[in-house]
Design a protein around this ligand. Structure first.
Ligand code: IPE
Ligand code: IPE
Ligand code: MG
Ligand code: MG
Length: 373
């Protein structure tokens, strides 16, 4: 199967794009093979979300990170497959946790079948990911297992915080670092590892991935409030009804309409007029600007880390991807140099992340050649 649209990879370099597309096609074919199962039902449920859509953002990162070593190393394909299967597994489980009813514009597996089927399918995909990664060596298996553990930790922290209007923005950043940042960070690191990139690049790649992952989740949170149902593949405002209080929601709770919002949320998930009013409060430009500033801060952190990697088309593509995340939630126009949003980003938790270990901070000079999208 060939994927026509690859968000964020709009030809920074035609040869790179052609090669990455060709490798993504190999990943796609390997994914289809990986979800075969003895049981017809398991085969159907396992391929369901993969077939419904998905950006394959993480495989693309594995492949791009592979350019810091040998990008043609064949291990990058099963590495990408393992990562994507882990991601898909978390989506099946996430839709059970969030009691979601749609993903990619189709009923989520918990609705199309039921929770039991969604959970077992997620388990099966985790198992397939583990099995495939065993051929890639102990280091990769261990990293993947650790990453899944971090992800579960992030998801359970979110469950613990659900519906709590008093949670802090710092705690929220730590949740998303774990539930989303970790797997994206690992995608970048594994790309470096499997291509035998110089060892000193691995922490930088991981740190870059973490910053990208945070920008990814923060932009996803903004789009949950601002994007159309067609773009989202589900109704906007899901986070509000699920009690997942994302950055714009937390900022609104601390703002002038905080008391009114608390009142609207006090009786549980808001419905009808209460929902519309709550959505209007949290989607106020001031609250969105605050969350967009957080996206910009992570994108700039990613750019600063990217400065420490060798220049070339792959690096430009990675930076362009970061800018794509800022652009998709209107945090910044393409190119990464203008229209800074107002508002200050929240402080980040001190989770001892790899990027902090790498010690990067601040904004690098504009390379002036990324196009964004
Ligand atoms: C969705 O991830 C879950 C989050 C971390 C926000 P993606 O947006 O990458 O999902 P797909 O793969 O495109 O479906
Ligand atoms: C997605 O999280 C799952 C993980 C990050 C593990 P969300 O619940 O925030 O994302 P969507 O909106 O359902 O894709
Ligand atoms: Mg969800
Ligand atoms: Mg969730």
């Amino acid at each position: 199967m060939s994927r026509r649209v690859i968000p964020g990879l709009e030809s920074p370099d035609p040869i790179l794009e052609r090669d990455v597309r060709a490798r993504l096609d190999l990943v796609e074919a390997a994914l289809e093979k990986a979800v075969h199962a003895d049981s017809d039902m398991l085969a159907e449920t396992s391929r369901y979300l993969l077939a419904a859509g998905g950006k394959r953002f993480r495989p693309m990162l594995v492949l791009l990170a592979g350019y810091f070593g040998d990008p043609a190393d064949p291990r990058l394909i099963p590495g990408s497959v393992s990562i994507e299967l882990v991601h898909q597994a978390t989506l099946y489980h996430d839709d059970v946790i969030d009691e979601a009813d749609a993903r990619h514009g189709v009923p989520s597996a918990n609705v199309r079948w039921d929770n039991t089927v969604a959970i077992l399918t997620g388990d099966y995909l985790f198992a397939r990911a583990s099995e495939i990664s065993t051929d890639l060596g102990t280091d990769i298996c261990a990293l993947l297992a650790r990453t899944i553990a971090t992800l579960c930790d992030g998801q359970i922290r979110e469950v613990e915080a659900a519906g709590r209007v008093e949670q802090t923005e710092v705690a929220y950043m730590e949740i998303i670092r774990r539930k989303t940042g970790a797997l994206i960070a690992t995608s970048c690191r594994i790309g470096g590892m499997l291509s035998d990139a110089p060892h000193e690049h691995l922490d930088v790649l991981e740190g870059f991935g973490e910053a990208l992952g945070l920008a990814f989740q923060l932009s996803d949170d903004i789009m949950d409030l601002t994007a159309s149902p067609e773009t989202l593949g589900k109704e906007p405002g899901q986070d509000l009804t699920e009690g997942v209080y994302t950055l714009p929601i937390l900022h609104a709770l601390g703002g002038p309409e905080g008391d009114e919002l608390r009142g609207l949320l006090a009786a549980g998930p808001p419905e009808a007029e209460a929902f519309e009013r709550a959505l209007a409060i949290v989607a106020d430009p001031r609250n969105l600007a605050h969350a967009r500033a957080a996206v910009v801060a992570e994108v700039d952190r990613a750019r600063a880390l990217a400065e420490r990697l060798p220049e070339g088309p792959a690096l430009s593509a990675l930076v362009q991807l970061a800018e794509f995340l800022a652009a998709r939630c209107q945090a910044r126009g393409s190119g990464g140099s203008s229209s800074e949003p107002s508002g200050s980003p929240p402080e980040r938790g001190s989770g001892g992340s790899s990027s902090e270990r790498a010690g990067a901070s601040g904004s690098p000079p504009d390379r002036g050649k990324e196009t964004g999208s």
